[in-house]
Write a protein that binds this ligand. Structure first.
Ligand code: BES
Ligand code: MN
Ligand code: ZN
Length: 491
């Protein structure tokens, strides 16, 4: 498991600028105003910093950018990073700027002189979010080494530390999600996944693992039909955080946890199939949110449910054309065994409503390739039957800088799922593939139950660096859902 870069908040100490090892960062406003720390750094470097500020390069720099002076005279540090930023930068701006510093950190110690900056806690969050690496399977000498500490100096460090604490819980949740999503499928089997979730009992979460026999009894045939070709047993894990008032209906978070998706008998092409280790991304985000809520002791009731299965071809695998009965009782004609995520979610959605009668449900799934065609890697697809609930989520996602775009639902799309021999088919053809997938899920949402479906196929794992994550798993959604809980489910 990768751990967060340790971060410490201390009162401003200008003398530390000269002696700090690794990297030192100071703030300069876009119009070139130096604070006390920047003035000290300029003096120590015999005016090098001021010359940078007077240069063309600085004039062209955009707010949030970092300009680096390497091996600066007068400083023990190997780099002086000049962060071009207003002192009252917004939380998202501060976070993005922090992420720039986090990207540069590279395991070295860092001292960040934030002076009287308003949103320095968000800067700290951006820094730790971006400062992530997954080296569990690297044998190099420095792999697995704990990263060196970041020190944030601020004129009111106690205030900033207090504001940062719940934010750092979110970063830890997002790192947990990334570790799960980056892990290969021979390591993160359904059993290993369940074990890692069970370990969160230590944080005060209730965690139950439902095994196949139990799922069989509950009638979760659509979920079991996906896993039946695999040697790894299918499981449903239920994580409960009861930080709110006793008896208040929880928010339910439901995640697709396909630890590997070969497509089953409707086998995927070889090229790129290795990416399907991330097909448990929805479950990974649910786990990360639950971790963040527990770490910051959220005053809300939230239950996370994940369906853990592996989609493999074998002599016992589901065939195209098979008909299975869901826990709800509806029958599904499985036209394509590669449309398996919806089969997993159908039963978990139903179980969540049956057992918890939640105040609302959000499901997350790397559900369709079509959503990547539609929205690329910048926005998750958002589908909902409830405008206020949906708008609350979109607002939370925007505030966290996580891309989310609403997509339609409607009867015409639902009609594409009609089956000749069963209650529905599991695919609706190529047109509107992400919407028909969402329609399939909606058939397992009770009337009047506020519900949001997030198709995260494009955002869960990416091939180039993003603002808050290096390439690979992003942890998209942990921050937005944490905020949705804070905004709408905490007293
Ligand atoms: N896990 C895939 C969707 C996916 C594709 C996630 C690319 C991440 C990146 C899903 O199970 C799937 O195979 N969907 C099919 C559905 C089709 C058979 C109706 C798809 O999108 O092609
Ligand atoms: Mn599939
Ligand atoms: Zn899948």
């Amino acid at each position: 498991m990768s751990s967060l870069t340790p971060i410490r908040f201390t009162d401003t100490d200008l003398d530390a600028i000269a002696t700090a090892e690794g990297r030192v960062a100071v703030l300069v406003t876009p119009d070139g105003r130096l604070d006390a720390a920047a003035r000290r750094a300029s003096k120590l470097t015999r005016g090098a910093l001021q010359r940078l500020v007077d240069s063309d390069r600085f004039a062209k720099a955009k707010p949030g950018q970092v300009l680096t002076i390497g091996w600066p005279t007068g400083l023990a540090a190997e780099a002086l990073d000049v962060l071009v930023l207003e002192r009252n930068a917004s939380p998202v701006e501060a976070r993005k700027a922090g992420a720039k510093l986090g990207a540069l950190k590279g395991g070295k110690p860092a001292l960040v002189m934030t002076g009287s900056m308003k949103n320095a806690a968000d800067l700290a969050l951006g820094m730790v979010l971006r400062d992530y690496r997954f080296d569990a399977h690297k044998t190099a000498a420095d792999a697995g080494e704990a990263p060196a500490e970041s020190v944030i100096c601020h004129n009111k460090s106690e205030e900033i530390a207090a504001a940062a604490a719940p934010l750092l819980a979110v970063a830890e949740g997002a790192h947990f999600t990334r570790d799960l999503v980056n892990e290969p499928a021979n390591v993160l089997t359904t059993t290993e996944f369940a074990n890692r979730l069970a370990e969160m009992k230590a944080l005060g979460l209730k965690v139950e693992v439902l095994e196949e026999a139990e799922l069989e009894k509950l009638g979760m045939r659509t979920l079991l039909s996906v896993g039946q070709g695999s040697d790894s047993p299918s499981k449903v894990v239920v994580m409960q955080w009861e930080g709110g008032e006793k008896g208040t209906a929880p928010l339910a978070l439901i995640g697709k946890g396909v630890v590997f998706d070969t497509g089953g008998i409707s086998l995927k092409p070889a090229a790129g199939m290795e990416d399907m280790t991330m097909d448990m991304g929805g479950a990974g985000v649910v786990a990360g949110v639950m971790r963040a809520l527990a770490l910051r002791k959220a005053k809300a009731n939230v239950v996370g449910l994940v369906g853990l299965v592996e989609n493999m071809p074998s002599g016992n695998a589901t065939r195209p054309g098979d008909v299975v009965t869901s826990m709800k009782g509806d029958t599904v004609e499985i036209i394509n065994t590669d449309a398996e995520g919806r089969l997993v979610l159908a039963d978990v959605l139903w179980y969540a409503q049956d057992r918890f009668n939640p105040a609302g449900m959000v499901d997350l799934a790397t559900l369709t390739g079509a959503i990547i065609i539609g929205l690329g890697h910048h926005n998750a697809g958002v589908f909902s039957n409830d405008d206020p609930f949906c708008n609350a989520f979109l607002k939370a996602a925007e505030a966290e800088g996580e891309g989310a775009w609403r997509m339609p639902l409607g009867q015409d799309y639902d009609d594409q799922l009609k089956s000749r021999i069963a209650d529905m088919k599991n695919v609706g053809g190529r047109p509107g593939g992400s919407v028909t997938a969402a329609q399939f899920l909606q058939r397992f949402v009770k009337d009047g139950m506020p519900w949001i479906h997030l198709d995260i196929a494009g955002v869960a794992s990416v091939t180039s660096d993003t603002a808050f994550a290096p390439k690979g798993a992003t942890g998209w959604g942990v921050a937005a859902l944490n905020r949705l809980v804070a905004d709408k489910f905490e007293g």
